[in-house]
Design a protein around this ligand. Structure first.
Ligand SMILES: C[S@@+](CC[C@H](N)C(=O)[O-])C[C@H]1O[C@@H](n2cnc3c(N)ncnc32)[C@H](O)[C@@H]1O
Length: 429
């Protein structure tokens, strides 16, 4: 499935992926299977090391006792793909001083690289085609220091290994289920096509099914015109202060999307106040501004009318973290009115930062709907129950509209199931 083609681009980045036809929101743009993946350490022993599903029981590799499978089929598939090359050396290598000295992200890269090299060396598929699908990708901006690996290839020279590794930082993908990261993966086809935008018109999701490596699906978040560039987010666009630095250091480009130009034009984001009362005042003034601003086209871009300079501190990453932590903690502690207040301020910020239908926006709307529901069932709000219910419904409807664009992803029982359950509860009461 491929609804994009490559076109040379006139500014840095080599090429653009443009839509080959008009695409509606929710359309599948590309589907591609992983070449190699690795689970994050907390997911080891929880998910199958091959298909990454969450089975009730896992069987351990009797050789290394460090890889876990949902079935003998997955075990055999991974054995053929790379594990037969890795298994015997795994324990010795991961307990070695060289491995232990690596930072957590380097350990993950070292293991992913080992899977990939062992896969190439196992002779599964045409090695030259697979290798060139990786080495034809753009290298990252800095040459990596040499990296110790589990499996030293007998077929690939040291310089080829370095060539592969130099593509890791700016091409690999974070695997997630319901927007929670569980691993990293190599998907050369998607890497070759999609550039970054902080206002992306598409997003990647992962399909997990037994006996298969995860599949990435790239989905249109809104209507995309024929010949329009299709972009993915390389990181959370809400990292407003650090994102340009990350693009420079890890990807070697300066983002010139409409959101980045807007924030460049308004100048540096001021520090938010430290006093609680002043923070709350800032949040209140943001809400007043939002009430007076039409809902459509809220996302800040070069076309946006001026944003009040005295409110710019709301975009400070520490202020967003403060709102998000206060919302989560208050929800968990059952302080629902507080959670709803902070959740609304966070929602206002997300509407300004993210493009329409952005999955994080949908997830936050669902969390808000759940918070309204919890308020209904846990408090004596008889006099206002209809009003709280109606707020719950409004947030749920918007969450549903957004999250249905992306569709189901990752593990079973995700947000779409939660939406159906909450809808039923609302109808039944
Ligand atoms: C995963 S690749 C994307 C595909 C790439 N355009 C190609 O031709 O192979 C990532 C690299 O593309 C370039 N790139 C991605 N997004 C960009 C952007 N918005 N502006 C400039 N360059 C970008 C950077 O060189 C980055 O390291």
């Amino acid at each position: 499935m491929l609804n994009v083609k490559l076109e040379p681009r006139t500014w840095p980045g080599r090429s653009n992926a443009v839509a080959t036809e008009h695409l509606s929101a929710g359309s599948l743009i590309m589907s591609c299977e992983a070449l190699a993946t690795i689970l994050l350490p907390p997911e080891k022993g929880r998910r199958c090391d091959f298909c990454h599903t969450l089975p009730r029981r896992l069987q351990k590799c009797s050789g290394c006792a460090s890889y876990f499978y949902c079935s003998t089929i997955c075990q055999e598939l991974q054995w053929q793909a790379h594990h037969k090359k890795v298994c015997k050396r795994f324990g010795k290598y991961t307990s070695s001083m060289a491995f232990q000295a690596l930072a957590p992200h380097e350990k993950l890269d070292a293991l992913l690289l080992s899977h990939l090299i062992a896969h190439l060396d196992s002779g599964v598929g045409a090695i030259n085609d697979t290798l060139s699908s990786i080495t034809s990708l753009l290298p990252g901006p800095v040459d990596p220091a040499s990296l110790p690996i589990v499996y030293s290839s007998s077929r690939l020279s040291e310089s080829v290994l370095k060539d592969i590794y130099s593509r890791f930082g700016n091409n690999n993908f974070v695997l997630h289920s319901h927007l929670t990261t569980f691993g990293h993966g190599v998907f050369p086809l998607a890497s070759r096509y999609f550039n970054h935008s902080c206002l992306p018109n598409a997003a990647a999701k992962y399909v997990l099914s037994p006996f298969k490596q995860p599949t990435m699906e790239v989905v249109a978040l809104r209507e995309i015109a024929s010949e329009e560039e299709v972009c993915l987010p390389y990181l959370d666009p809400a990292l407003l202060q650090s994102r340009q630095q990350i693009f420079q250091l890890s990807y070697g480009f300066e983002c010139r999307c409409s959101s980045c130009i807007f924030f460049e034009n308004v100048g540096p984001i001021p520090d938010p106040p430290t006093l609680q009362a002043e923070r709350e005042d800032l949040a209140l003034r943001l809400m007043q501004f939002m009430k007076a601003t039409p809902r459509d086209g809220l996302t800040l871009t070069t076309n946006s009318t001026s944003f009040p300079p005295d409110l710019l501190a709301v975009f400070h990453e520490t202020f967003i973290t403060y709102l998000s932590e206060t919302f989560t903690n208050a929800s968990h502690d059952g302080r629902y009115p507080t959670a709803i207040h902070f959740g609304q301020v966070l929602l206002a910020l997300y509407r300004l930062i993210y493009p329409p239908n952005y999955p994080q926006l949908g997830m936050h709307l669902l969390e808000m709907a759940k918070t309204y529901w919890n308020r209904i069932i846990s408090e004596n709000v008889d006099t206002t129950v209809e009003q709280v219910k109606s707020e719950c419904r409004v947030h749920l409807d918007e969450a549903k509209a957004i999250l249905h664009v992306l569709g189901s992803e990752g593990d079973e029982e995700g947000p779409l199931t939660e939406i159906t359950t909450l809808e039923r509860l609302l109808t039944d009461t």
